[in-house]
Design a protein around this ligand. Structure first.
Ligand SMILES: Nc1ncnc2c1ncn2[C@@H]1O[C@H](COP(=O)(O)OP(=O)(O)OP(=O)(O)O)[C@@H](O)[C@H]1O
Ligand SMILES: [Mg+2]
Length: 146
């Protein structure tokens, strides 16, 4: 488990870029954390790191946004997903293995996550811009990420 403190949006995006640099193209990145935690900011950095420069926002209504960079990136927002039927109808299972899957609000689909998913939990700190990242599944890359 890796713990990282970010004190700005830029640092959060930078963390996303670093993690992008170690991806092979078929990972599941499951993000946990409240409204405004920084899940989308992190995903923007990750997409930038994979060469996608055209803007990233939470796909709250679309459920999934697709970006094309070095790999396909499928950016899910599970905020409104409340059952396995809902999840199934997003096409989630068809996207697996076809690119990098990044999931906001993984809390809502925890049962569908593979054991080797990369798990990233973001908590707000005591000050406005502080965010504490806990990253599970990337221990072997600690010196690249930190
Ligand atoms: N260190 C930080 N890292 C990321 N965002 C930060 C940080 N400090 C402050 N912020 C602010 O927190 C907010 C993060 O927004 P973002 O859209 O990334 O959150 P989110 O987790 O995707 O929320 P939602 O669940 O609503 O989609 C932004 O307003 C950003 O300016
Ligand atoms: Mg978001």
């Amino acid at each position: 488990m890796i713990k990282i403190i970010s004190d700005s949006v830029t640092k959060t995006e930078e963390l996303g870029r670093k993690i992008a640099s170690i991806l092979k193209g078929d990972e599941i990145i499951a993000m946990f954390g409240d409204l405004g935690a920084g899940k989308t900011a992190f995903t923007r950095g990750l997409a930038l790191g994979l060469g996608f420069e055209y803007g990233v926002s939470s796909p709250t209504f679309a459920i999934v946004n697709e970006y094309n960079g070095k790999f396909n990136i499928y950016h899910f927002d599970m905020y409104r997903i409340s059952s396995e039927d809902d999840l199934y109808s997003t096409g989630f299972y068809d996207y697996l293995d076809n690119g990098v899957i990044v999931i906001e609000w993984s809390e809502n689909i925890e049962y569908a996550l593979d054991d080797n998913a990369i798990r990233i939990t973001i908590k707000k700190g005591d000050e406005d811009n502080l965010r504490i990242f806990t990253i599970e599944g990337l221990d072997e890359y600690e010196n690249i990420i930190t």
